[in-house]
Design a protein around this ligand. Structure first.
Ligand SMILES: Cc1cc2nc3c(=O)[nH]c(=O)nc-3n(C[C@H](O)[C@H](O)[C@H](O)COP(=O)(O)OP(=O)(O)OC[C@H]3O[C@@H](n4cnc5c(N)ncnc54)[C@H](O)[C@@H]3O)c2cc1C
Length: 472
């Protein structure tokens, strides 16, 4: 008796995410049609028609799976037989602790693997609308430079404010690096609001001299070239802080740094001249974002300037601020945990368009979307990666871990994010023990041990998750 082969799953976009998703689906014995427009239509940044082309740096960042979150993600992807990691490892060039690749060799390897896979068909065409009805399962992985026709169709399906075309990002700080002997929790005028407590913000006080020095540093800070996306518009209420500082020395004190309605819990009789506020950024409470501090200062300049803020002198940044051309959807609202668009069963999103950032993160979300789609096609129940793994932590950020703020109606607060330890659930209380032989066990040592334990837990839990998939 002849058995019919499964219906193919369609993937739009043959970048980092789409190529990885196609590979993962084919590994499950399911055919894929991969639609890539390059070769027919170019993007503003790609230079070739190779699959998984790296548009800028040739680095996959740290390969340290013991104390770096992206290194942990590398290791989990290797555990999951990632095509992107296999091609990267085969094309590695020397780069210290980082995994850097020969960009042409890497893209050629991905293209060769995909083209040699009998279950994958690559078609070179631009898809200009949402997948037609007869594609019962599809993945959109068209990245930060999604072609305008498809972007318009996504916007029509999801709503006008659900798709962003650039990101104006305020820096995000690891909560445990904020000095609470200087800062205090309080909402302006102690307002409780719909979902708050009256103590929802961390406040950093500045006196007049500190404020003056901070404004000087912002104005003098290295803005760098902004050639790439010079046409990027500034929106009202979203001006970079250094632009505000240049408009007038008091502008910030009447804007995001206004001290009104706040009383310094450590020094109630002295009114702060200015206050920097940070708001909880993820459900775990491990990350706080600097409210209104979107910036296009160069990365190298940002940490030094922001550490001038009292209470942030030792701040560790989960991400620095930025202003980039980027197309991404409001995933926490639009997608379910399996990356499926809630309004269209069978349609998944993957890669940077979901609100992760970076080559490795995009590929890893492609890997998950591919596995979820294959499980659905095979009628298997969906087993999600544990939140304690890097896969799970990133998926959680995209599909639910982010806190949507109630106090800025109309503003979307979900911002793209690289993987970082702040996205992982904290370790069990009391589980961090002083290593034998260590005399003093202080903040920095503790942070190192905490990262190592988080990384070990992630790799162990990821391996168990993958084993459970193999058993189904
Ligand atoms: C200018 C720039 C510089 C960057 N620099 C870095 C960096 O240095 N390091 C880093 O980690 N990340 C960088 N990024 C982010 C980077 O783009 C992502 O990390 C990664 O490429 C995203 O993978 P993806 O698969 O989601 O998208 P992509 O890799 O961009 O793949 C999307 C694919 O979809 C195709 N496509 C788009 N629309 C359609 C359509 N309608 N029909 C068919 N095909 C379509 C595109 O041609 C492309 O091949 C940069 C982004 C930009 C825009």
């Amino acid at each position: 008796m002849k058995t019919s082969s499964p219906t193919p799953i369609h993937i739009i976009g043959g970048g980092l995410a789409g190529s990885e998703a196609a590979w993962q689906i084919a590994r499950q014995g399911i055919p894929v049609i991969l639609h890539e427009m390059r070769g027919v239509r170019e993007t503003e940044a790609h230079k070739t028609d190779g699959l998984a082309e790296l548009v800028c740096s040739n680095s996959f960042r740290s390969d340290d799976a013991i104390s770096n979150a992206v290194g942990v993600l590398h290791a989990e992807m290797r555990q999951a037989n990632s095509l992107i990691m296999m091609a990267a490892d085969k094309n590695q060039v020397p780069a210290g602790g980082a995994l850097a690749v020969d960009r042409d060799g890497f893209s050629q390897a991905v293209t060769a693997f995909i083209e040699a896979e009998p279950l994958i068909t690559v078609t070179r065409e631009e898809i200009t609308g949402l997948p037609p009805e007869d594609w019962d399962q599809a993945i959109i992985a068209t990245g930060p430079l999604t072609a305008p026709g498809l972007a318009a169709a996504i916007q029509a399906e999801t709503g006008s404010d659900a798709l962003a075309f650039f990101d104006a990002i305020a820096p995000i700080v690891h909560t445990d690096s904020i000095d609470m002997d200087i800062c205090w929790f309080q909402s302006r005028y102690d307002k409780v609001g719909p979902g708050g407590t009256g103590k929802d913000y961390i406040n950093c006080p500045m006196d007049e001299a500190q404020y003056g020095a901070f404004i000087d540093a912002l104005i003098a800070g290295d803005k760098g070239g902004f050639k790439e996306w010079e046409g990027t518009p500034y929106f009202d209420g979203c001006l970079p802080i250094e632009v505000m500082a240049e408009r007038g020395r008091e502008t910030l004190r009447h804007g995001p740094m206004k001290p009104m309605g706040l009383t310094n819990a450590h020094n109630p009789t002295v009114k702060a001249y200015a206050v920097v506020q940070l708001r909880q950024d993820n459900a775990l409470g491990t990350l706080y974002n600097m409210v209104g501090f979107q910036t296009k200062l160069k990365y190298g300049a940002q940490a030094g300037i922001f550490r001038m803020i009292p209470g942030l002198q030792n701040a560790e940044f989960a991400r620095l601020g930025g202003l980039h051309r980027n197309t991404y959807i409001n995933s926490p609202i639009l997608l379910d945990r399996s990356l499926t668009l809630k309004s269209r069963p069978g349609l998944r999103f993957a890669g940077q368009i979901t609100g992760c950032e970076g080559y490795v993160e995009s590929a890893s979300i492609g890997l998950l979307a591919g596995r979820f789609a294959a499980a659905e096609r095979k009628g298997e129940s969906l087993i999600l990666p544990p939140d304690t793994s890097a896969f799970g932590a990133l998926l959680n950020h995209i599909t639910g871990g982010h806190i949507v703020s109630d106090d800025e109606p109309g503003k979307r607060s979900f911002q793209p994010m690289n993987i970082n330890f702040g996205l992982f659930p904290p370790l069990e209380p009391g589980s961090i023990q002083k290593p034998e032989g260590m005399k003093r066990f202080r903040g920095k040592d503790k942070t190192v041990i905490k990262k190592q334990m988080t990384a070990e837990r992630a790799l162990r839990d990821c391996a168990a998750w993958l084993e459970s998939l193999d058993r189904t």
